[in-house]
Structure formats: structure tokens, C-alpha cells
Design a protein. Structure first.
Length: 246
């Protein structure tokens, strides 16, 4: 975790250093820093997030970060904030989430953790079940859709970006998107279907490009493509809402 904390400082230090060294040397250093960052972030989950703790009720040792119940007294445990959504949903930390398995896991966890299952227990256990159930909901909703999953994965890789910040500075791309909006506003129903089909193709390609970029550890490309996905999603929503807005 220390490297992660130091990285923002390193990235601010390096441009200062460039005034005293050659541009090639600076580029090389920058590239090493970026590689270190990716190497660090792509460490297996097991090395990052295995944490031990004690059961709040019986003090037995719990060795897994994603153990929802004490293996000794079977009492529900508080969620650990450091566990990732991927860990909670028992899914590999990858963009290519198996959504069928994700759905199954969600149902399984909610069946075990939902507050309705805790009506005859202490207030403390009820409260914990609400926290756990709500965290499972967050994890499920975030990992289900490609955009939120991509943004979350970027954040895990140290690229902090939210949906509202996912805006492009690519003039050509933005002009193409603007043109799409104009076409949508003035199109016949038939033409609208064609635009929707084109946009769906863009969406599919974009999702594939995000998947490839994450698989190759190319986080900057993944970031650019996730931002594009935000625009294509908005276009899709705009088309769906045309009936209401026209
Ligand atoms: Zn216990």
C-alpha cells in the first residue's frame, strides 16, 4: 500500500525533474513509473486482500476477508471496507465478468444476508446484515454494467474517474457524437432504428476494446475507451427517450 500512497507524489515530482534532464531520460523515467504502477496494481488479489480478524462475538480467528459468518459461532460478521467488489462477488478482478455467475452469486448472498433473514436475532446482528446486504447490492450493481465496472476497475488501478468526470477531450470524437444527437433529433423512425443499430455496434466494439486494453494492462487506453462508452451509453438512452422528448 505504501507504493500506492507514494505514486501521486512521484508523478508530481517527475515533471520538475525534467528541467534538469534530457526529454528522453524523462520519458524513460515516466514510463518506468507507469509500469511500476501497473505491476503493483495487477498483483494477485490473494496477495493484497487476505486479512485476518477476530469474530466480534466469540473472538475466534477469521482468516478470510470475505467470510460473511464466523466459522466457529456462525454469527454474521461486519463487512471489511478494504475488500473489493470482485472479492465480495467471488469474481476474478477482470473486466470480463461472467454476469450469469454474478447473478447467481448475488442471489446466493442475498438469500444468506438479507435483513429479512435476521428478524429473530439481536439488533447488532440485524444492523450488520443491513450493512452486508447493502454492500453486496453495491458490488452487484457496480460489476453488472460495463460502464460502472470499467470505472471501478480503473479506480482499482489508481485511475480515479467517476461517471460525471468521464468526459472526452478528443475533438473529432466529440464532433461525431454531436452529429449523432443532431441526427437523432431530426430523424424518421426508420432512420432512428439505423442510428440505434450503429450506436449498438459502437458500444459492442468499445466494450471489446476496453476488455482488450485491461487484458493487456494498457490502463490509459482502457480509460479512453471507458470514457467513450459513457458517451455511447448516453446516446443509447437519448434514442430510447426520443418518444418522450419529441
Ligand atoms: Zn464467532
Amino acid at each position: 500500500m505504501l507504493i500506492r500512497r507514494l505514486l501521486p507524489r512521484l508523478t508530481t515530482i517527475i515533471p520538475v525533474r525534467t528541467t534538469n534532464s534530457s526529454p528522453d531520460r524523462a520519458r524513460q523515467t515516466w514510463s518506468i513509473v507507469k509500469q511500476t504502477k501497473y505491476m503493483y496494481c495487477s498483483r494477485p488479489e490473494s496477495q493484497i486482500d487476505t486479512k485476518t480478524r477476530l469474530c466480534w462475538k466469540c473472538k475466534a480467528l477469521i482468516t478470510s476477508a470475505i467470510e460473511f459468518f464466523c466459522p466457529s459461532c456462525n454469527i454474521i460478521q461486519r463487512p471489511l471496507k478494504k475488500t473489493t467488489y470482485f472479492e465480495i462477488m467471488d469474481s476474478p478482478k477482470t473486466f470480463d465478468v461472467n454476469t450469469v455467475q454474478l447473478n447467481d452469486k448475488y442471489k446466493e448472498l442475498q438469500w444468506k444476508l438479507h435483513p429479512d433473514k435476521f428478524s429473530d436475532v439481536s439488533e447488532e446482528e440485524k444492523k450488520i446484515s443491513e450493512e452486508q446486504s447493502s454492500r453486496v447490492n453495491e458490488a452487484y450493481v457496480t460489476l453488472l454494467k460495463p460502464l460502472s465496472r470499467g470505472l471501478y476497475l480503473l479506480n482499482l488501478h489508481g485511475e480515479h474517474v467517476t461517471e460525471s468526470e468521464a468526459t472526452s477531450t478528443d475533438g473529432e470524437f466529440l464532433a461525431a457524437i454531436m452529429e449523432k444527437y443532431e441526427q437523432i433529433s431530426s430523424s424518421s423512425e426508420e432512420r432512428l432504428e439505423e442510428i440505434q443499430k450503429e450506436n449498438n455496434e459502437h458500444l459492442e466494439k468499445c466494450i471489446q476494446d476496453i476488455s482488450d486494453a485491461f487484458a493487456q494492462g494498457d490502463i490509459q487506453t482502457a480509460r479512453q475507451e471507458v470514457i467513450k462508452l459513457n458517451y455511447y451509453n448516453n446516446v443509447a438512452e437519448y434514442i430510447r427517450n426520443q418518444g418522450d422528448w419529441s
